[in-house]
Design a protein around this ligand. Structure first.
Ligand SMILES: Cc1cc2nc3c(=O)[nH]c(=O)nc-3n(C[C@H](O)[C@H](O)[C@H](O)COP(=O)(O)OP(=O)(O)OC[C@H]3O[C@@H](n4cnc5c(N)ncnc54)[C@H](O)[C@@H]3O)c2cc1C
Length: 228
């Protein structure tokens, strides 16, 4: 049984052409333990509606930012197949209640990494922003993100240095083109499931990385609903 925290939607702004930053505030968020890269499960359906139970009530979102002043920010993509998550972000208004689970997840920085490699799509860039901001200044980081176009880029000051590639360009080709050190680092792969798989295969088979050094977290897959 999941325990839900409650907050109120406080602010909504477009952060890219297709993504909204939604701020959820409330006293319970002051003492939230947040590790950058972790996510919450957000109640996006009406629990009183039978349709919500069929389509799924919960969707998972990375915490873009958290403040001990008592708020957290999510960045939610409005994608063409718009399921309950995208519709929630499209319709939500300041003052609306929000219920969500405590932060969890394993897409978090490995302190012992010789260097960090981030690769994924525009949804993964939310996690990469949080991870980048948590890196010590001395850490070396590389990154590639695939998106529809330049209007999908999250603010560079908040995501660090990422190479953006636009579809039909492929993420795996962008990673292949990165001038990485000869020795493996630690890779964080997120976003569309098969794209993550292709990048992992490239790192393991072509660059000789160990699977242990590749953290993979699929965020979504065509035809699947609400991945956890
Ligand atoms: C750990 C984790 C962290 C995540 N963090 C974020 C985040 O920070 N921001 C964010 O926007 N999403 C994030 N996601 C994805 C999010 O949980 C939802 O899957 C997404 O919002 C789609 O939900 P939906 O209800 O709109 O569509 P669903 O009902 O889940 O899916 C309907 C269909 O839409 C299509 N679809 C789903 N996502 C996309 C997409 N990105 N592009 C194109 N088509 C798509 C698929 O074909 C799918 O079958 C994360 C997922 C996980 C597992």
């Amino acid at each position: 049984m999941r325990l839900f925290l409650n907050g109120v939607v406080d602010e909504i702004e477009p952060i890219t052409a297709r993504m909204r930053r939604v701020r959820i505030a409330g006293p319970r968020l002051r003492d939230l333990t947040w590790v950058p890269g972790t996510h919450i499960r957000l109640l996006v359906g009406d629990p009183r509606s039978p349709r919500s139970w069929v389509r799924g009530l919960l969707r998972t979102y990375t915490i873009w930012d958290h403040s001990p002043d008592g708020y957290l920010d999510l960045c939610i993509l409005d994608h063409p197949a718009a399921g309950p998550g995208a519709l929630w972000a499209r319709r939500v208004r300041p003052g609306d209640p929000a219920a969500f689970t405590a932060p969890e997840g394993r897409l978090v920085l490995r302190a012992d990494a010789p260097y960090h490699l981030f690769a994924g799509d525009e949804t993964a860039a939310v996690a990469f922003g949080a991870l980048h901001r948590a890196l010590p200044p001395s850490a070396a980081a590389y990154g590639a993100v695939v998106a529809d176009g330049p209007a999908d880029r999250l603010p560079p000051a908040r995501t660090g240095h990422l190479t953006w590639t636009y579809r039909p360009g492929e993420l795996v080709d962008a990673v292949r083109a990165l001038n990485l050190p000869a020795e493996p680092g630690v890779a964080y792969l997120a976003g569309e499931a098969r794209t993550c798989q292709a990048v992992r295969d490239h790192l393991v088979r072509e660059r000789g990385w160990s699977r242990r050094d590749v953290v993979v977290k699929p965020f979504w897959a065509p035809g699947r609903r609400g991945m956890d």
